[in-house]
Ligand binder design. Structure first.
Ligand code: C5P
Length: 257
């Protein structure tokens, strides 16, 4: 029986490079569903799902809509980044990681400041789970500057603290990190090519910056070594979210050439 074209490796390698780059871009863009309820999230996903594959569910939406919103995204074959920034005693975090994995999420965030025991417990919780999600540590929140850190008893500079927590996170089995565009290059050196670096604070040239302080264009973030870009308002608050996503995907595909 002849091999269907799509499964024939000769055909696959002859696919126009542009289509392949487009698909790579699609697999590396995460849209932040920073909305207050399930109805608003569904509305956005309906508008975006033909272009976008990854969606981030954070505290606002999860607290309001609960696991059902995650399950419905997974059922629609989307990849979910569950950004709850877990930080608790090891046993509790391990349980939360198991629950998140059971929901079918593909990435989960935890605070590296929870310490090696908490991070190792989270990693151990994935043992025996088929196709487990990736664990990403958050090092220093981008809202923290030297003065905020000093107020919590931390005397190191933010960049030194990021490096310390990143090394500790890697040793405890984290798959990667969420980091600002300014930290990507330094973290890439620490993690090597295998580390997963997820980068928010993305603003296409000419877009509204909002409250983000450390920003980069999609092109710059990818060139610095980001694996995934997290984009919220430039897409979700655009007059036409699908068109805004399309423009970012085109820019990403060009940067990946
Ligand atoms: O709307 P905007 O593109 O700024 O959204 C960025 C998303 O990434 C938000 O969901 C925000 O909470 C998240 N994020 C961030 N900075 C971090 C970690 C997460 O902006 N350091």
């Amino acid at each position: 029986m002849p091999i269907p074209d799509r499964m024939n490796p000769t055909f696959a390698s002859a696919l126009p490079a542009a289509i392949d780059l487009r698909e790579q871009a699609r697999n590396r863009l995460i849209v932040a569903l920073d909305v207050p309820d399930a109805a608003s999230a569904v509305d956005l996903v309906n508008r975006l799902e033909s272009n976008c594959h990854w969606f981030k569910v954070g505290l606002e939406l999860f607290v309001s809509a609960g696991p059902a919103v995650v399950e419905s995204l997974a059922k629609r074959d989307h990849s979910v980044f569950l950004d709850l920034k877990l930080h608790d005693v090891p046993n509790t975090v391990a349980g939360a990681v198991r629950s998140a994995a059971a929901l079918g999420v593909r990435m989960i965030t935890l605070h590296a400041a929870g310490g090696p025991a908490m991070l190792s417990a989270a990693r151990a919780a994935l043992e025996g789970i088929a196709d487990p999600p990736e664990l990403l540590a958050v090092t220093v929140l981008t809202s923290m500057d030297a003065a905020q850190m000093k107020a919590t008893g931390l005397e190191r500079s933010p960049s030194e603290q990021v490096k310390l927590l990143a090394k500790m996170g890697l040793a405890a089995g984290m798959h990667g990190f969420v980091c600002s565009p300014q930290e990507v290059a330094a973290l890439r050196k620490l993690t090597g090519p295998k580390g997963v670096l997820v980068v928010p604070g993305i603003r296409p040239a000419g877009s509204v910056i909002g409250d983000q302080k450390r920003i980069a264009t999609p092109t710059d973030a990818l060139r610095q070594g980001a694996n995934y870009l997290v984009v919220g308002r430039p897409i979700t608050q655009a007059p036409d979210p699908a068109e805004a996503a399309e423009a970012i995907l085109n820019e990403m595909a060009e940067a990946l050439e």
